[in-house]
Design a protein around this ligand. Structure first.
Ligand code: TRP
Ligand code: ZN
Ligand code: CA
Length: 450
């Protein structure tokens, strides 16, 4: 007797197994190509441990800053919107990303009569419906080279992107890095990007992380008080270092995260302080000089590579990597492909074994070590039943023995079988035998999850 086998999502299968889904679900015919991983997750999915983020080498971050300083030096002392030092900064960052395997896009816009540029770098792979973004503005004011504001964030995000490439990271989410133009003219570049993102694309952005001024010379450690999960990710990183943080209050909405927040995207970020004065309480917990600005060179010509606190830049660069690794990993394992038989098979009372088959095709290699076998058998005394999974070559895996004392109804369970020595493709059977008199039942459905 052959039974129809089809494939559907793990979530739908879990619902069906729980008896919550009665209507037929759309499915490919047996033998069709594997269904793509759906967005929804089976409730049984578990959290994988996210890979630990690497330590971001401070020397690499500082090397990017030196390059940006040289660019300013060769272009009239700044990297401001509409000036040649800005475009040269874009070219420098883009070349690094292109060489590392990113897909880069330069987006042009016009502001104050000059052409501006955003640089977008996509890391291939990940779920296109879950995009994690991290960005920094790359422009300086015209009065200086803009090393802390915002060479620091630009270099930290760049080195994190390069670390993603070195690790050949394959996160669950799609990663996108961005360098914004004309932030100093009023968040112009990031607003242009968000306004030109179709709403369907906007809704795929699960978060935007902003880094603007992360190496202030008299630093504070400020975390944006926005999306709770993002905020907590940064706080966890700093708790691990034993460094206290405070909520950022020096002008909420004064950087590019506001462009994203304004359209409802979850945001977060880090900041080490601008023209505000460090209090004595802050100097006590963070060191540095009380009564002095976090950045005395904010928006001035002295915002050079000397205007950077290495410890703050180092910690915050590592924090960027921590957040990118942690927030892109996803919280659930993707559901597997489910192969299912739904035709009822009567189980004769105290009689011969019956089987129900599922055909698996289009897979490569062996079955997994954690092959899940979902069983839904209706029976009035399940202790009567002996259940085996038969691999395509006939090897039997015992799922359940009979038991004279197990008087409950039904077998609705998921078994895990180490089937790693079995070729995946072929006809798998569920074999059920009723070995004791009086009570009877039938196989309602069963499925294999690869
Ligand atoms: N680029 C910002 C500016 O010039 C710097 C800044 C000030 C900032 N306050 C902030 C960045 C608060 C982040 C959060 O306005
Ligand atoms: Zn600024
Ligand atoms: Ca029986």
């Amino acid at each position: 007797m052959s039974h129809s086998a089809h494939r559907r999502t793990a979530a739908a299968a879990a619902l069906a197994l729980a008896g919550l889904l009665t209507a037929a679900v759309p499915a490919t015919a047996a033998g069709g190509p594997p269904a793509s991983a759906p967005d929804s997750r089976a409730s049984a999915a578990t959290s994988p441990a996210a890979l630990a983020a690497p330590d971001i080498p401070l020397a690499n971050v500082k090397a990017h800053l030196s390059e940006l300083q040289s660019i300013a030096g060769a272009n009239g002392g700044n990297r401001a919107h509409g000036r040649p030092g800005y475009k040269a900064s874009i070219d420098y960052v883009k070349a690094k990303l292109d060489a590392a395997g990113f897909t880069t896009t330069v987006q042009q816009f016009t502001s104050s009569g000059a052409t501006g540029y955003n640089l977008i770098a996509d890391w291939p792979g990940g779920d296109p419906n879950q995009v994690l973004m991290a960005g920094a503005h790359l422009d300086s004011v015209s009065s200086g080279p803009g090393m802390n504001d915002n060479g620091s964030g630009s270099a930290g995000v760049l080195e994190t992107a390069l670390a993603v490439s070195r690790a050949q990271l394959q996160p669950e989410k799609h990663l996108r890095f961005a360098w914004w133009g004309a932030e100093e003219l009023g968040l112009v570049g990031s607003r242009y990007y968000v306004n030109n993102l179709p709403s369907a694309e906007r809704s795929k952005v699960s978060g935007y992380l902003n880094f603007d001024m992360i190496g202030s010379p008299n630093p504070g450690y400020f975390v944006y008080d926005d999306d709770p999960a993002i905020e907590q990710t940064f706080k966890d990183f700093y708790a691990g270092l034993g460094v206290p943080t405070e909520i950022e209050t020096e002008g909420d909405g004064r950087s590019d995260h506001a462009s994203f927040k304004n359209v409802g995207i979850a945001v977060g970020g880090l900041f080490t302080g601008a023209s505000r004065t460090k209090s004595s309480a802050q100097a006590q917990k963070w060191g540095g000089t009380a009564g002095q600005a976090f950045d005395r060179c904010y928006h001035s010509s002295c915002d050079t590579t000397s205007n950077i606190n290495d410890t703050a830049l180092d910690r915050n660069s590592d924090a960027i990597a921590h957040a990118v690794w942690t927030l892109s990993a996803g919280s659930t394992v993707p559901p597997g492909d489910v192969y299912e038989a739904t035709a009822d098979v009567a189980i004769p009372d105290n009689g011969a074994a019956v089987t129900s088959s599922v055909t698996v095709s289009g897979r490569t290699g062996n079955a997994p070590a954690t092959l899940k076998v979902g069983v839904d058998i209706k029976h009035t005394w399940r202790g009567d039943l002996v259940i085996d999974l038969l691999a395509p070559d006939g090897t039997a895996y015992r799922l359940k023995n009979s038991s004279g004392s197990d008087s409950a109804d039904n077998v609705i369970a998921t078994y895990t079988v180490n089937a790693s020595s079995e070729v995946a493709n072929g006809t798998w059977n569920l074999r059920v035998q009723d070995v004791a008199r009086y009570d009877t039942g039938y196989i309602d459905s069963w499925q294999l999850t690869f």
